[in-house]
Every structure is written in C-alpha cells, then in structure tokens.
Design a protein. Structure first.
Length: 86
C-alpha cells in the first residue's frame, strides 16, 4: 500500500515539474527536469513530497541511463540487453 502511495506521489511531483517547465516555455530535457525536481524538493517542507521528489529524480536518472544505453546499443545484462528489459 505504501509503495502505491509513494509511486503516485512521485508521478504527481514529476508531472508538476514537467508542467512548470512547459509553462515557462523551457525545453524538456533530462537535465532540465532533474534540476526542476531538485529545486522543488529544496523548498519543500512536507516529508512525503520530499521523498516523492527524490524518488522521481531516481526514476528520471534510471530512465535516462536506459535511454542512453539504447542509443549505444544497450548493455548486456544476463544475456539480455537493457532495451529488452524495459
């Protein structure tokens, strides 16, 4: 149950960050999104939202690494490429 809540909160925080970037007419990139999430958690006081922001940052980083692996042909993991794992 807790993971569902944390996943939903991370999605909400991520959506808020993307919306803010769009509102400011900033190009969406991994760096811009990560910076926006970091900025959001620096001023946040609610512990649940801070944890969700950190979780969102980790999700963005994980996705960024997966996408970068796809561009370079993917890394081999236990006989599979990262591309096939996602």
């Amino acid at each position: 149950m807790k993971n569902d809540f944390e996943d939903k909160m991370a999605d909400i925080i991520l959506g808020e960050a993307v919306t803010a970037l769009l509102d400011e007419d900033v190009a969406i990139s991994w760096a811009a999104l990560t910076d926006r999430l970091r900025s959001a958690i620096e001023i946040e006081t609610d512990e649940d939202r801070i944890r969700a922001g950190l979780r969102a940052i980790e999700e963005v980083r994980r996705e960024m690494h997966i996408r970068n692996g796809e561009k370079t042909g993917g890394k081999r993991v236990a006989g599979l490429t990262e591309q096939k794992l996602h």
